[in-house]
Write a protein that binds this ligand. Structure first.
Ligand code: KIV
Length: 354
């Protein structure tokens, strides 16, 4: 256990809660674990400061340590919490070093396993699962049950890779629904949740609950009709920068920038502490994300923002057509695909079944 990562909130001498660095930015109560990160003055206006003698402080610290040791959360849950800060500083360090972050979507275990083996930094279980995998007409049809199902599969395929899960359309309309939906996705295996749009209140509610959030600005497929580039006009571009800065101050962990001019994404990236991950947003973001079915060539349209690294759609069509031909022409199965009885057993069997 490392006290460095963990904050304990104390109000009126009582331990109220424990959490992680960013929470105390909003909770505005004493935080013993991340004093360096407290951005808001403490105590909040109208409240008496808590003063502790050294002995009181030591006793309190000992209580905190015991409390944590007796923490009845399952080990796996706790491990995720400890990873929270490590993950956060890892990706912020990558941003500082200008070390590009490679993100890809995945929706199933074998693809996730392959992405983990290939060294993908983060897997996004996007609501693109709806159109890419589930045959829906729009991302808006994706349900929380769909997302949980696919997040679970991806987690089983890639146990070590950080996973961002999309909050589906209408699953974060209020802070309460956002919290409930996020908790379900985290229980299914996600490390971070993502929602679209400038929603500082929703972000604040999630950050207060120690949930890592990736925001998403620019084209918002859940909210915008059509798939056009956003921020081509100066006013819209400035609004994107302003929104990103406000969300950064409110504690977002990461920011997806979808379909916008490189100049705008570059300015946003320089203006925020959180790493930015671009899709159709040029070269100046801290990382890139693409949709795996677009990358592998399963999608009929090849979008300008995408690069197809394979033509698996074509390869799959050829493989499946050959299988159909082989079945129809009795070339499949071959002897190598069959099982046979031992001679003695076969003789007995033929005797019993003349
Ligand atoms: O759902 C998704 O795949 C996404 C990416 C396009 C960023 O949100």
């Amino acid at each position: 256990m490392s006290a460095r990562n963990l904050c304990t909130f104390v109000r009126d001498g009582e331990i109220q809660d424990k959490g992680f660095a960013k929470c105390c930015l909003r909770a505005q109560i004493l935080c013993t674990g991340c004093a360096g990160e407290i951005a808001t003055p403490w105590p909040p206006q109208g409240q008496k400061p808590l003063s502790l003698s050294v002995n009181q402080f030591l006793r309190l610290s000992a209580r905190i340590v015991n409390l944590l040791a007796a923490n009845d959360k399952p080990k796996s849950d706790r491990r995720n919490e400890w990873d929270f800060m490590a993950r956060r500083s890892h990706f912020r360090d990558m941003k500082r070093r200008d070390d590009p972050i490679a993100v890809l979507t995945a929706y199933d275990a074998p693809t996730a396993k392959t992405e983990e083996a290939a060294g993908v930094d983060i897997i996004l279980v996007g609501d693109s699962v709806g159109t890419a995998m589930l045959g829906y007409m729009s991302e808006r049809e994706v349900t929380l049950a769909d997302m949980r199902h696919h997040v679970g599969a991806v987690r089983r395929g890639a146990p070590k890779t950080p996973i961002i899960a999309d909050l589906p359309y209408h699953s974060y309309d209020t802070p309460e629904s956002a919290l409930n939906s996020s908790r379900l996705l985290i229980a299914a295996g996600a490390d971070m949740v993502k929602f679209e749009g400038f929603l500082p209140d929703i972000l604040a509610a999630l950050v207060d609950a120690s949930i890592e959030v990736c925001c998403h600005l620019g084209l918002e497929p859940q909210h915008h009709e059509g798939k056009g580039v956003k921020g081509r006009k100066a006013a819209e571009a400035s609004r994107l920068v302003r929104d990103a800065i406000a969300l950064d101050k409110a504690g977002m962990a990461m920011l997806v920038l979808e379909l916008m001019p490189e100049e705008v994404a570059g300015r946003v990236t320089k203006s925020v502490a959180a790493p930015t991950i671009g899709i159709g947003a040029g070269r100046e973001t801290d990382g890139q994300v693409l949709v795996i079915t677009d990358v592998l060539g399963f999608t009929p349209t090849n979008y300008r923002h995408n690069r197809r690294y394979q033509e698996f759609g074509q390869i799959m069509l050829e493989a499946v057509s050959t299988y159909v031909f082989d079945v129809r022409s009795k070339k499949f199965p071959a002897e190598a695909n069959m099982f046979f009885m031992d001679r003695d057993e076969l003789e007995k069997f033929l005797k019993d079944n003349p």
